[in-house]
Design a protein around this ligand. Structure first.
Ligand code: ADE
Length: 261
């Protein structure tokens, strides 16, 4: 996958390229990352990329021209063969006004051949760029951070873990919270069997794979019911196209009865 990021702070992205799974994925060329700084395309001798807002008010707004030039370079950087049938990269603008980032959106963006991520700073970017150059606006959540860079890194990390070969164990992304059925993850334990009077649940030591699988499903549903009951609401399940299995219905009913006791 090829990704370009338009950012005034390219150095922040070393957080991704210098450590862990994301570093390994870049080193193995599972993902190429081009960083494009609008300051390099300011087109004026002061290198200014922002200006005062029309109509007054606080802060500065990122100007159209440097952003459009940087976006053009960013698109070219992720172009593959240049063949006519090649899909144009989606331009994703990270903004608190965007659609909240959820795992299904990550999964769909992870399938793209190429993407351009646009990071805003200051009060935001000139709306004409949003109107004409942006395909999708994405938000991390209902809070404001100082710029789109951290949001772009969160999105990139989530995308990278879904690239084939990015994780040591091919199955482990499928077992994450929110992936697959959409429940929270079941609890994990490692050695020793007992520490400070706390034991590993006996079923995990039993070697009975079917019993372990149903214990894990029950634990995942229990965690979801306790911490994120909204994920089990009928309307939410319907919207995500998830139908509870017979086993899941039975487990949820039993857990709900236990909670009401
Ligand atoms: N930029 C500032 N706040 C943001 C948020 N919550 N999500 C995405 N980009 C942002």
């Amino acid at each position: 996958m090829r990704v370009s990021v338009v950012t005034l702070f390219p150095e922040m992205f070393t957080a991704l390229t210098d450590s862990g799974i994301t570093r390994r994925a870049v080193e193995r060329h599972l993902l190429s990352l081009a960083l494009v700084n609008p300051r390099d395309y300011a087109g004026n001798k002061h290198g200014s990329v922002d200006d005062k807002p029309y109509g007054g008010g606080p802060g500065m707004v990122m100007s159209v021209a440097p952003l459009r030039s940087a976006l053009q370079v960013a698109r070219l950087a992720v172009e593959g063969s240049g063949k006519a049938q090649e899909k144009k990269p989606k331009v994703v603008y990270l903004t608190p006004q965007g659609q909240p980032l959820k795992q299904p959106l990550v999964e769909s963006l992870a399938k793209e051949e190429s993407l351009v991520l646009l990071c805003g700073r200051y009060e935001g970017i000139d709306e004409r760029v949003v109107e004409s150059d942006v395909d999708l606006e994405v938000s991390l959540g209902d809070y404001v951070i100082s710029g789109g860079e951290l949001a772009a890194m969160v999105l990139l990390d989530a995308i990278i873990r879904l690239q084939p070969g990015a994780l040591g164990d091919e199955n482990s992304a499928g077992q994450d919270s929110f992936s697959g059925r959409g429940w929270l993850d079941y609890p994990h334990f490692t050695r020793p069997e007992t520490i400070d009077g706390q034991d590993v649940p006996a079923v995990l030591l039993s070697g009975d794979h079917a019993a372990i699988a149903s214990w894990r499903l029950e634990q995942a549903l229990k965690k979801t019911l306790l911490k994120r009951p909204d994920l089990l609401e009928p309307q939410v399940l319907k919207n995500s196209g998830v139908e509870l299995s017979k086993q899941e219905i039975e487990i949820v009913a039993r857990l709900q009865a236990d909670l009401n006791d």
